[in-house]
Every structure is written in C-alpha cells, then in structure tokens.
Design a protein around this ligand. Structure first.
Ligand code: FAD
Ligand code: NAI
Length: 479
C-alpha cells in the first residue's frame, strides 16, 4: 500500500526542506525525500548548501582567514605569534563537524514539524486519481502518493568537455572543499563566486593561485566600481588573474610520483599558453539536477538548459506540481531557494506567498567581502534611468580603523527624482551583514534620505551605510 501525503517534496536542500517545514506548519501531511549520503551512507539532508556549498565553504573561509590574520596581521596589534603552523586535516575535520551539525539540525526540524523523511532517490511514476505517484529508491524502496509535489532537486557543478571531475586532480566544489593539504600551485577556471571563495581559502593556506577567466571583464555582474576595487585587492593579495582566455586541452600529468594538471589556453592577446598546476578547480557555473527524476513519466517540461520550466509563482506545466531553487530559473542562491519554498507552501494553502526578486541580496565571502542588492550603476546607465550616486570609504569610518580593516566602500544608487534606493553595493568588512539594512530599506521602498536620517550606533561599520546615503545628497559628515 502506498502512503498518501498532501505534499511530497523531492530534495532536502534549502529550497526543499524549508518548503516541507512551512507546508507542515500550515497543517499539511508532508513527505520529504532526499538521496544525499554522508560518509557512512546515512542521510545528510541540507543539499548542496549544507554538504558541499554555503556552509563548508564558509567554515573553511573562516579557518583560513584566522590563519591569514595570525600570520600577517596580529603583529599590527602587538601580538607576536611564534611557531605558527596549519593542520589542514583538522581544519577539514572541523568543517565536517559543522556540516554534520547542520544535517542533524534538519533531521531534528523534520521530527519537530512532523515531516516524514525518506532517504533515497525520488522519481515520478505516474499521475493518478489521488495525485502523483512518486517512487523512493534506495535501501527501503517505497511508493508515495501526493496531491502536490514540490521539486527541489538543486544543481551540480558544470564540467568542461574532456576534463571530467575526478575530485583528486580536477576538482569541482566537492573536491575543492576536501583537500587535505594546500597544493603548491592551484589553477582555477572561472573567476565567479566559487573560484574567488575557494581560491581565497587555498591562497591563504599557502597555494600559488592562478585564475583563468573567459570574460574580458572581471566580475561582470557586479557594480563596475566594486569589481575594479575587488580586482585590485585580489591581485595585491597574490592571486594571479588572467581575463579573456580561451581554454583548450586539459590533461592530467604524472612524473614519477608527482601528479598534476596541464591546461592549454589562449590568452587575451591570442598567444598560446600552458598552465601547469598540482590541482585544478573548475568553477564555471552549475547545471540543474533533473536526472533520475523521471520527469518524462508525467510530462514535466524542462527549458533548453534542462531547468524545470516554471512561471513567476513556481508553477510547472502540470497541475499541483511546483519547482523551486537551483532547478528553476533565477539566481542559484540558498536564500532565493528558501524564499521560493516558503512561497510555494503558502500558495498550496491558498495564501499569497510572494518572492521579491528585486531585493535578493548577493554576497561573495572573500576578504574583503562583496555584497549587493538591486541595480548596478552600469545597468541603470544601460536602462537610461536617471539616478544619483553616493559612496563612503571605510578608511573614513572609525570602527573600520579600530578593526584594522579599512578596504572598500559603501555605495548607494537612488532615483534622481524620487530618491528611492535602486541599488546598494558594498565591498569591505562584514559586507554580508551590512547589506541587510539595504535589503530592508529597498523592501520598504525607502529613499536614501530615509537611511540618512536614521540613527546608527557609533562606532559601527553601519555608519558607513548612513554616510553613503548622505553622500547621495552630497552631505557626508565625516568625509
Ligand atoms: P540543493 O541544495 O542542491 O539541494 C537539492 C537536494 O536534492 C540535494 O540534497 C540532492 O541530493 C537532492 N536530490 C536531487 N535529485 C534528487 C532526487 N531525484 N531524489 C531525491 N533527492 C534528490 N548560496 C548562497 O546563498 N550563499 C552561499 O554562501 C553559497 N555558497 C555556495 C558555495 C558553493 C561551493 C556552492 C557549490 C554553492 C553555494 N551556494 C551558496 C549556492 C547554494 O548552495 C544553492 O543555491 C542552494 O543549495 C540551492 O538549494 P536547492 O534546495 O535548490 O538545491
Ligand atoms: P559563476 O557563474 O559564479 O562563475 C562562473 C565563471 O566562470 C564566470 O565568471 C564565467 O564567465 C566563467 N566561465 C564560464 N565558462 C568558462 C570557460 N569555459 N572558461 C573560463 N571561464 C569560464 O559560477 P560558479 O563560481 O561555478 O558558482 C556557481 C553558482 O553557485 C554561483 O553563480 C552562485 O549562484 C552559487 N554560489 C554562491 C555563493 C555565494 O552566494 N556566496 C558561493 C558560491 C557559489
């Protein structure tokens, strides 16, 4: 006998597990199916984000930043460290513990909210009278029937043709998060978010990092002024960056016991080059996961990229089948997936769940951090929208000076006539935290003047946000 549910969620990443919890809160009988296995073969809910994405990368970024501070910056504070060394396996072990805490936390939340969790692959069987039949593979195969199905199967790293990930020499995010020693020479293909975050981790731990990027412009989606500042800082930190390259053949090499990777490429001037490295990270974007879902069995439509086709409300072409997160259009971000998960659960309950795509923040967790929300200056120019800009450097902020972290600035873009905030761009300390104020302001359609008139604690980095808002009207007080 198959078990009957109101809602079946396939995938327990941030999109899926949050959709399942919200649906259960709304009184539905909910099942969530996820196939991720931990090292012992047991369940590891949380998806890419928890297992090989947001959480482990931030754990390693933190550990490596502590090392960088101790090695290069403690002395500025009068703290002298002798005999400093790194224990990479311990660092990786700590990261694994943090991941497990998050996996266990999700299993606890499922219990607390009475979500039935099934460990195995979920695939469509057919659409029937009582809803959709979904098979769960794995050790205990079962068949479930759900009135509604939410697909939240996420994404996987995109590889380059002829250079399959072996996770030993040619690494996706998974291998890049599991190295047990810093390679002497690390190559990174793609100067996007993963390339910069993982490149930063291994550079701080001693690797000589070379990044090869196809686009002629660095961080093309980021505000130009921020991207320029970031490029300058990363190069100063020692990252070798080559833009406008065309990647050719990638070969793994072996000389005696020494293994490596050789990357043939054409540089921006058209000259043929070869990069020889010990390890290579390929971080050139991600592809939606729909393999194994048996979408054809029910006629679920995909777009030309293989993503599940949805409308603004995350409805697919099939009645009562929804899809959220990385497997659909839009930015591949955990918080975007979560917002869609909540909105879908609420729509199933007949409520008006809503995601404001204009106010989804982005953060790159390098040092300095980069964060933004809304439009970039180049986008406003391209649209021909009249705007005012104001920025404030952290060098003029007392708290940043006390922290010893004065790189970067906060920049506001506001409508020329109405003063409504159209975009906020930050490069500097704790940009990931500072951006929240801008997200709140933009969600409430605030003006730059609104932020400029709000009392901000002194001394705090958030005063740079207030000052940048004042700068829109050319009346900064401290610069
Ligand atoms: P996923 O998290 O990918 O989860 C999908 C789940 O579904 C997985 O557990 C998968 O095993 C399971 N699954 C797939 N098919 C099936 C099936 N047929 N049956 C059962 N289970 C199935 N985003 C941020 O916002 N902030 C960050 O700092 C950040 N850092 C990142 C760092 C890295 C290295 C990477 C790779 C990504 C990072 N991301 C970050 C992106 C973020 O991880 C994704 O946007 C997010 O995980 C998407 O959530 P999701 O629920 O759509 O899918
Ligand atoms: P990305 O889309 O951020 O960057 C990929 C880069 O590779 C781009 O600059 C692109 O021009 C370049 N590229 C593409 N093909 C290439 C080729 N053949 N040769 C050389 N360069 C090439 O993708 P990335 O870094 O793989 O990350 C995937 C996604 O994961 C991100 O877009 C983001 O959505 C998510 N993520 C989010 C994080 C965060 O929020 N802090 C951290 C890490 C990942």
């Amino acid at each position: 006998m198959s078990q009957q549910f109101d809602v079946i969620v396939i995938g327990a990443g941030p999109g899926g597990y949050i959709a399942a919890i919200r649906a259960a809160q709304l009184g539905f009988k909910v099942a969530c199916i996820d196939e991720w296995k931990n090292a012992k073969g047991g369940p590891a809910p949380g998806g890419t984000c928890t297992n090989v994405g947001c959480i482990p990368s931030k754990a390693l970024l933190q550990s490596s930043e502590h090392y960088e501070q101790a090695a290069h910056h403690f002395a500025d504070h009068g703290i002298n460290v002798e005999g400093l060394s790194i224990d990479v396996p311990k660092m990786i072990g700590r990261k694994d513990t943090v991941v497990k805490q998050n996996n266990d936390g999700i299993l606890y939340l499922f219990k607390k909210n009475k979500v039935s969790f099934f460990h195995g692959r979920g695939s469509f069987v057919k659409a029937g009278e009582g809803g959709y039949e979904v098979a769960v593979g794995g050790e205990k195969p079962e068949t479930l029937v759900g009135k509604h199905v939410v697909v939240a199967t996420g994404s996987s790293a995109r590889g380059l043709p002829g250079a399959a990930f072996d996770e030993k020499l040619i690494l996706s995010n998974e291998g890049a998060l599991a190295l047990t020693e810093a390679p002497k020479k690390l190559g990174v293909i793609g100067s996007g978010v993963i390339g910069l975050e993982m490149g930063s981790v291994w550079r701080r731990l001693g690797a000589e990092v070379t990044v090869l990027e196809a686009m002629p412009t660095f961080l093309a989606a980021v505000d130009e002024q921020v991207a320029k500042e970031a490029q300058k800082v990363f190069i100063k930190q020692g990252i070798k960056l080559q833009l406008g390259v065309k990647i050719g053949e990638i070969k793994t090499t072996k000389k005696g016991k020494a293994t490596g990777v050789s990357v043939a490429y054409t540089d921006a001037s058209g000259a043929a080059q070869t990069l020889e490295v010990d390890k290579l990270i390929v971080s050139i974007g991600r592809v939606p996961n729909t393999n194994g879902l048996n979408a054809e069995a029910v006629g679920l439509k995909l777009d030309e990229r293989g993503a599940i086709l949805v409308d603004d409300d995350c409805k697919t072409n099939l009645p009562n089948v929804w899809a959220v997160g990385d497997v659909v259009r839009g930015p591949m971000l955990a918080h975007k997936a979560e917002e869609e998960g909540v909105a879908v659960a609420e729509r199933i309950a007949g409520q008006h769940g809503h995601v404001d795509f204009n106010t989804i923040p982005w953060v790159i967790y390098t040092s300095p951090e980069i964060a933004w929300v809304g439009k970039t200056e180049q986008a406003l120019k391209a649209e021909g929208r009249p705007y005012k800009a104001g920025s404030f450097p952290f060098i003029a902020n007392g708290r940043a000076r006390a922290l010893g972290d004065t790189t970067g600035f906060v920049k506001f873009l506001a409508d020329e006539k109405t003063d409504e905030i159209l975009g906020v761009h930050i490069i500097g300390p704790f940009a990931s935290e500072l951006i929240s104020e801008a997200v709140v302001a933009m969600s409430f359609k605030a003006s730059a003047e609104d932020i400029a008139r709000i009392c901000h604690a002194h001394p705090s980095l958030s005063e740079a946000t207030k000052e940048a808002a004042l700068a829109v009207d050319k009346r900064t007080l401290n610069f």
